[in-house]
Design a protein around this ligand. Structure first.
Ligand code: ATP
Ligand code: MG
Length: 234
């Protein structure tokens, strides 16, 4: 579904990604793991058109999306839930959700999508008329994901969805991602919690200093000596 080949990107003259190859097949949950500064967020940004690729290719559903406009990438079916929540605090939860369905194809099914999303997030449903800025951190994170789903994505890209959440909400977040995948949405996930993430993911890639050094199934990576030592603390 998503095929990234030889991806090179960075900021200004600083090259961060040194030619990445990875793919995400339909229906999979795929994770990128790596230390702080390894280039995970940069990879997601380059895939989603937030920063430019200076080399390589991003293909989705057979279409070349390399350096396409973010809007066209959303239209093609890729939605990113960014690191941090980035809601509009002075708008209600409902308005924040409606802003998620700006993708042309999502508009006619807005009502159905809203029902589906509120079914997954009952807590968001209870707070539709509240200002987004007045929600707790965990609730805001759920609204951000719910808003992403309003675009009716084929591929949902998460950057650190459990950041700043209490242990209970972290578990809920993983349950929600599993649930979203069950609803037929393919998932590309970056998370600090490597153990939980590899247990959830079908496959994963290990990113070190802007290069992929290891790839495998979640299970393979969980039992890999390097992954154990570097990312699981044993
Ligand atoms: N806007 C920017 N301008 C310049 N350099 C940047 C910018 N954003 C990130 N970098 C640098 O790019 C490198 C990779 O950063 P990136 O955010 O992709 O890491 P990450 O793997 O997501 O880390 P973390 O786990 O801490 O989120 C880092 O060295 C970072 O300092
Ligand atoms: Mg990051």
């Amino acid at each position: 579904m998503l095929k990234v080949s030889g991806l090179v990107s960075g900021y200004g003259k600083t090259q961060i990604l040194n030619g990445l190859d990875f793919e995400v097949n339909q229906g999979e949950i795929v994770t990128l793991i790596g230390a702080n500064g390894a280039g995970k967020t940069t990879t997601l940004k380059a895939v989603c058109g937030v920063i430019a690729a200076t080399g390589g290719k991003v293909e989705f559903d057979g279409k070349d999306l390399t350096n396409a406009e973010p809007y066209d990438i959303v239209d093609a079916g890729i939605t990113m839930i960014p690191e941090g929540r980035q809601l509009f605090p002075h708008f209600t939860v409902k308005d924040n959700l409606l802003m998620g369905s700006y993708k042309r194809a999502a508009r006619p099914i807005m009502q159905r999508k809203m029902e589906e999303v509120l079914h997954i997030f009952p807590r968001v449903k209870e707070r539709l008329s509240q200002y987004a800025g007045s929600l707790s951190g965990g609730e805001q994170q759920m609204v951000a994901i719910a808003r992403g789903m309003m675009a009716d994505p084929k591929l949902l890209v998460f950057d650190e969805p459990s950041l700043g959440l209490s242990p209970l909400l972290v578990q809920q977040m993983f349950d929600i991602i599993r649930d979203i995948a069950k609803h037929g949405v393919t998932v590309l996930l970056v998370e600090q919690n490597v153990f939980k993430t590899l247990r959830l993911a079908n496959r994963g890639y290990v990113l070190e200093n802007g290069s992929i050094v290891l790839a495998g199934s979640g299970e393979q990576l969980l039992s890999d000596p390097h992954v154990k030592q570097a990312y699981l603390g044993h």
